[in-house]
Design a protein around this ligand. Structure first.
Ligand code: AMP
Length: 321
């Protein structure tokens, strides 16, 4: 923690970046940290190439910079939050020039420990939780905007406090953030009860793709570009769909395949019953958490599905052997 304090003291203008295809924890931890650094008298900007519609209301979102060239002045320090490695930053990786010191705060077990200072805690339910703990430890003030952002990261990465990463530590942090001004009902309404009509129509199509394999232990769903066009939905409308396959009784591994604009397929792996799926995602070039991982594999959809389903099936057989 002292190294983080020193990192903050030694620099004045921070750029904050997170992983590409940002989720609630990427946005919430990035913007939450920006508020905390600003309250400590620093200049801080969160950069992201696009914020999903669900998070367009999060405090400070209107000031997010979509390109490093839009910064008022070059940063003298960078915080990377919730990202396993610089390559997970997508096009923002260009920000990490060799002369720019980097602080890395993440909860992915496969984090490469890059940066001048790195704090990696796979037992933390969210990067937002780590930022909250860092602020508390360093006695940095956390105002109600920061608390709201961090709560968004925490509630989304724990699946509304239901995933296996939900623990006393995350619930205690949530209570503190609520005391600090986060409104759980309002946030839940904005994140979970703000679906677009197109998004719900897309969900209808996606659910009809359900495919069960391995005696009902593996369930998969997919979304194609054609389905997006048919419903008028945005790709990010499918962000919450990855949990449906896992939600079926008896399913150990739920998979969600999305066809990207460039024809590659993004795969979300979700597992149940203590099955660790990050190794399979890792072998396919991705990574993540033991029960929630991702990878990007070559298309087309059917070929991608068959090869991933084969890898998952082999993994389950190896566990049973
Ligand atoms: P997702 O399925 O996109 O919600 O991602 C689940 C988890 O896996 C998150 O913690 C991601 O950061 C991680 N993840 C997703 N895609 C990749 C990838 N291509 N490489 C490494 N980690 C990934």
């Amino acid at each position: 923690m002292n190294r983080f304090l020193d990192f903050i003291r030694r620099h004045d203008r921070f750029a904050i970046v997170s992983h590409l295809d940002p989720d609630g924890d990427a946005v919430g931890s990035g913007l939450g940290l920006a508020w905390i650094l600003r309250a400590a008298g620093k200049k801080a900007d969160f950069l992201s190439y696009g914020i999903p519609r669900t998070y367009q209301w999060v405090p400070g979102v209107e000031e997010v910079k979509s390109d490093p060239d839009l910064l008022e002045a070059p940063p003298d320090g960078v915080f990377v939050v919730d990202a396993t490695s610089p390559s997970r930053l997508g096009k923002m990786e260009k920000l990490l020039t060799p002369d720019l010191p980097v602080a890395n705060i993440d909860h992915h077990p496969d984090n490469t420990r890059f940066g001048e200072v790195a704090w990696v805690d796979p037992s933390a339910a969210a990067a937002a939780l780590m930022i909250w703990e860092m602020a508390r430890e360093l006695e940095l003030p956390v105002g109600h905007d920061a608390a709201t952002c961090l709560y968004v990261g925490l509630v989304t990465d724990t699946g509304r406090f239901t995933y296996s990463n939900t623990d006393a530590r995350s619930i205690a942090a949530a209570a503190d953030l609520i005391e600090g001004g986060a409104d759980p009902h309002q946030i839940a309404g904005r994140v979970y009860e703000n679906n677009s009509v197109e998004g719900l129509r897309l969900l209808g199509l996606v659910l009809s793709t359900l495919d069960l394999r391995d005696d009902g232990q593996v369930a998969s769903l997919h979304v194609t570009r054609a389905m997006l066009e048919e419903t008028g939905a945005m790709p990010e409308d499918a962000d919450g769909f990855s949990t449906y396959a896992r939600s079926i009784e008896g399913v150990k591994v739920g998979l969600f395949f999305r066809e990207s604009e460039d024809g590659t397929i993004k795969v979300s792996f979700r597992s149940n019953q203590g099955v660790h799926i990050d190794g399979v995602a890792g072998r396919l070039g991705g990574g993540g958490h033991p029960s929630a991982s991702g990878a990007r594999v070559p298309g087309p959809m059917e070929a991608a599905k068959e090869s991933v389903l084969r890898a998952v099936s082999e993994h389950l057989r190896s566990l049973a052997a």
